[in-house]
Design a protein around this ligand. Structure first.
Ligand SMILES: [Zn+2]
Length: 182
Protein backbone atom coordinates (compact mmCIF):
# COMPACT_ATOMS: atom_id res chain seq x y z
CA UNK A 1 0.00 0.00 0.00
CA UNK A 2 0.81 3.62 -0.18
CA UNK A 3 0.58 5.16 3.30
CA UNK A 4 -2.75 6.39 4.71
CA UNK A 5 -1.34 9.92 4.54
CA UNK A 6 -0.89 9.79 0.77
CA UNK A 7 -4.31 8.23 0.18
CA UNK A 8 -6.03 10.81 2.41
CA UNK A 9 -4.13 13.67 0.75
CA UNK A 10 -5.26 12.59 -2.72
CA UNK A 11 -8.86 12.03 -1.57
CA UNK A 12 -9.09 15.42 0.12
CA UNK A 13 -7.54 17.07 -2.96
CA UNK A 14 -10.20 15.50 -5.15
CA UNK A 15 -12.77 16.87 -2.67
CA UNK A 16 -11.46 20.41 -3.02
CA UNK A 17 -11.29 20.09 -6.81
CA UNK A 18 -14.83 18.77 -7.23
CA UNK A 19 -16.49 20.74 -4.41
CA UNK A 20 -14.46 23.97 -4.31
CA UNK A 21 -16.75 25.95 -1.99
CA UNK A 22 -15.23 26.25 1.49
CA UNK A 23 -18.54 25.39 3.11
CA UNK A 24 -18.06 21.91 1.71
CA UNK A 25 -14.87 21.24 3.70
CA UNK A 26 -16.51 18.33 5.62
CA UNK A 27 -16.80 16.55 2.27
CA UNK A 28 -13.09 17.09 1.59
CA UNK A 29 -12.49 15.32 4.89
CA UNK A 30 -14.98 12.57 4.00
CA UNK A 31 -13.25 12.06 0.65
CA UNK A 32 -9.90 11.76 2.45
CA UNK A 33 -11.33 9.10 4.75
CA UNK A 34 -12.91 7.22 1.82
CA UNK A 35 -9.55 7.23 0.03
CA UNK A 36 -7.84 5.56 3.00
CA UNK A 37 -10.73 3.18 3.74
CA UNK A 38 -9.84 0.20 1.48
CA UNK A 39 -6.89 -0.64 3.74
CA UNK A 40 -9.29 -1.92 6.41
CA UNK A 41 -8.36 -5.24 4.83
CA UNK A 42 -4.99 -4.96 6.61
CA UNK A 43 -6.91 -6.20 9.68
CA UNK A 44 -7.70 -9.44 7.85
CA UNK A 45 -4.07 -9.70 6.80
CA UNK A 46 -3.07 -9.58 10.47
CA UNK A 47 -5.65 -12.26 11.26
CA UNK A 48 -4.21 -14.59 8.66
CA UNK A 49 -6.43 -14.02 5.61
CA UNK A 50 -4.25 -15.04 2.61
CA UNK A 51 -2.97 -11.99 0.72
CA UNK A 52 -4.04 -13.32 -2.70
CA UNK A 53 -7.58 -14.35 -1.68
CA UNK A 54 -10.89 -12.54 -2.36
CA UNK A 55 -10.77 -10.83 1.06
CA UNK A 56 -6.97 -10.59 1.08
CA UNK A 57 -5.04 -7.34 1.16
CA UNK A 58 -5.64 -5.29 -2.03
CA UNK A 59 -8.53 -7.62 -2.84
CA UNK A 60 -12.25 -6.88 -2.75
CA UNK A 61 -12.02 -3.72 -0.62
CA UNK A 62 -9.75 -2.22 -3.29
CA UNK A 63 -12.13 -3.01 -6.16
CA UNK A 64 -14.18 -0.60 -8.26
CA UNK A 65 -17.29 -2.33 -6.89
CA UNK A 66 -16.28 -1.42 -3.34
CA UNK A 67 -15.72 2.18 -4.47
CA UNK A 68 -19.23 2.24 -5.96
CA UNK A 69 -20.71 0.87 -2.72
CA UNK A 70 -18.87 3.43 -0.59
CA UNK A 71 -20.08 6.18 -2.94
CA UNK A 72 -23.69 4.98 -2.70
CA UNK A 73 -23.62 4.79 1.11
CA UNK A 74 -21.78 8.11 1.42
CA UNK A 75 -24.20 9.85 -0.91
CA UNK A 76 -27.09 8.49 1.18
CA UNK A 77 -25.50 9.82 4.37
CA UNK A 78 -24.96 13.15 2.62
CA UNK A 79 -28.74 13.47 2.33
CA UNK A 80 -28.82 13.86 6.13
CA UNK A 81 -26.93 17.17 6.01
CA UNK A 82 -28.82 20.49 5.86
CA UNK A 83 -30.14 21.16 2.35
CA UNK A 84 -28.39 24.53 2.04
CA UNK A 85 -24.98 22.93 2.65
CA UNK A 86 -25.60 19.76 0.71
CA UNK A 87 -23.73 19.33 -2.58
CA UNK A 88 -25.51 17.99 -5.66
CA UNK A 89 -26.09 14.26 -5.14
CA UNK A 90 -24.45 13.22 -8.42
CA UNK A 91 -21.36 15.28 -7.77
CA UNK A 92 -21.01 13.95 -4.23
CA UNK A 93 -21.39 10.35 -5.42
CA UNK A 94 -18.81 10.95 -8.18
CA UNK A 95 -16.38 12.45 -5.65
CA UNK A 96 -16.71 9.57 -3.19
CA UNK A 97 -16.35 7.01 -5.98
CA UNK A 98 -13.24 8.69 -7.39
CA UNK A 99 -11.71 9.18 -3.93
CA UNK A 100 -12.22 5.53 -2.96
CA UNK A 101 -11.11 4.24 -6.37
CA UNK A 102 -8.02 6.48 -6.21
CA UNK A 103 -6.75 4.20 -3.45
CA UNK A 104 -6.30 1.27 -5.82
CA UNK A 105 -4.74 3.54 -8.45
CA UNK A 106 -2.03 4.64 -6.02
CA UNK A 107 -1.45 1.10 -4.75
CA UNK A 108 -1.02 -0.07 -8.36
CA UNK A 109 1.84 2.43 -8.68
CA UNK A 110 3.77 1.11 -5.69
CA UNK A 111 6.95 -0.93 -5.81
CA UNK A 112 5.90 -3.98 -3.79
CA UNK A 113 3.30 -6.46 -2.62
CA UNK A 114 0.69 -7.98 -4.90
CA UNK A 115 -1.27 -5.92 -7.39
CA UNK A 116 -4.80 -4.56 -7.00
CA UNK A 117 -7.95 -6.61 -7.70
CA UNK A 118 -9.78 -3.79 -9.49
CA UNK A 119 -12.44 -6.11 -10.93
CA UNK A 120 -13.05 -8.29 -7.87
CA UNK A 121 -15.23 -10.28 -7.21
CA UNK A 122 -15.67 -11.11 -10.94
CA UNK A 123 -11.97 -11.36 -11.59
CA UNK A 124 -9.42 -11.97 -8.83
CA UNK A 125 -6.45 -11.06 -11.01
CA UNK A 126 -4.18 -8.46 -9.44
CA UNK A 127 -3.04 -5.47 -11.48
CA UNK A 128 -0.08 -3.12 -11.35
CA UNK A 129 0.52 -0.18 -13.69
CA UNK A 130 3.66 -0.13 -15.82
CA UNK A 131 4.69 3.07 -13.99
CA UNK A 132 5.44 2.30 -10.33
CA UNK A 133 7.47 5.08 -8.73
CA UNK A 134 5.93 5.04 -5.20
CA UNK A 135 7.87 3.19 -2.49
CA UNK A 136 5.54 0.59 -0.99
CA UNK A 137 4.56 1.26 2.62
CA UNK A 138 4.93 -1.63 5.08
CA UNK A 139 1.67 -3.04 6.48
CA UNK A 140 3.26 -3.18 9.93
CA UNK A 141 3.11 0.13 11.82
CA UNK A 142 6.29 -0.88 13.67
CA UNK A 143 8.16 -1.26 10.37
CA UNK A 144 6.76 2.10 9.22
CA UNK A 145 8.03 3.83 12.36
CA UNK A 146 11.29 1.92 12.21
CA UNK A 147 12.81 3.94 9.39
CA UNK A 148 11.11 2.70 6.24
CA UNK A 149 8.33 5.22 6.85
CA UNK A 150 10.54 8.21 6.11
CA UNK A 151 11.62 6.79 2.76
CA UNK A 152 7.99 6.04 1.92
CA UNK A 153 6.86 9.55 2.90
CA UNK A 154 9.66 11.12 0.84
CA UNK A 155 8.62 9.09 -2.19
CA UNK A 156 4.97 10.01 -1.68
CA UNK A 157 5.83 13.68 -1.24
CA UNK A 158 7.26 13.64 -4.75
CA UNK A 159 4.72 11.43 -6.52
CA UNK A 160 1.49 12.20 -4.62
CA UNK A 161 1.64 15.30 -2.42
CA UNK A 162 3.42 17.50 -4.94
CA UNK A 163 1.01 16.68 -7.81
CA UNK A 164 -1.90 17.30 -5.41
CA UNK A 165 -0.52 20.74 -4.52
CA UNK A 166 0.00 21.42 -8.22
CA UNK A 167 -3.62 20.55 -8.99
CA UNK A 168 -4.85 22.81 -6.16
CA UNK A 169 -2.62 25.62 -7.42
CA UNK A 170 -3.98 25.16 -10.94
CA UNK A 171 -7.50 25.32 -9.56
CA UNK A 172 -6.75 28.71 -8.04
CA UNK A 173 -5.11 29.94 -11.25
CA UNK A 174 -7.58 28.67 -13.82
CA UNK A 175 -10.90 30.52 -13.64
CA UNK A 176 -12.80 27.66 -15.28
CA UNK A 177 -11.91 25.35 -12.36
CA UNK A 178 -12.37 28.07 -9.75
CA UNK A 179 -15.93 28.70 -10.85
CA UNK A 180 -16.96 25.05 -10.62
CA UNK A 181 -19.95 25.00 -8.33
CA UNK A 182 -20.56 22.29 -5.74
ZN1 LIG B 1 -4.30 -0.37 -0.15
Amino acid sequence: MASAFAHAALGATLGKLLLPSRMHWPYWLAAGICAALPDVDALGYRLGVPYDSLWGHRGLTHSLLAAALVAAVGEGLGQLSPRARRPAAGRLAALLFLATASHGLLDAMTTGGLGVAFFSPWELKRYFFGFRPINVSPISIRAFLGGRGLRVLASEALWVDLPCLLMLWLQRRLPVLKKAKG
